[in-house]
Design a protein. Structure first.
Length: 98
């Protein structure tokens, strides 16, 4: 209702002003609004819920990234410790063999 009336009035104004250039932009905006309405009617999922779900998933992703960095840090710390341990054993072995 309101979207169609608003677009129709805007098209009449730009045509009456002798500047038909923005007509395609106005019609594209109307098509986009229509698609958004059709999406909500077809899926039954309002945009607000989709936005909320996207925010929730984004927060979960941040949490997983933090956990991954912690696990990586811990793994690398352990790996460095094991590497140093092997170097000490190799040095002791060289001393014993010599």
């Amino acid at each position: 209702g309101r979207a169609l009336e608003g677009t129709c009035n805007a098209v009449h104004e730009v045509v009456a002003a002798g500047n038909p250039g923005p007509v395609l932009t106005l019609l594209a905006g109307l098509v986009w609004k229509s698609l958004c309405v059709a999406w909500e009617l077809d899926t039954g999922v309002p945009k607000a819920k989709l936005r909320a779900d996207a925010m929730r998933v984004g927060d979960e992703l941040k949490d997983v990234k933090v956990e991954f960095q912690d696990a990586r840090r811990s793994y690398l710390k352990e790996l460095v410790g094991l590497r140093d341990q092997v170097r000490r054993i190799d040095q002791q072995w060289l001393v014993e063999v010599s």
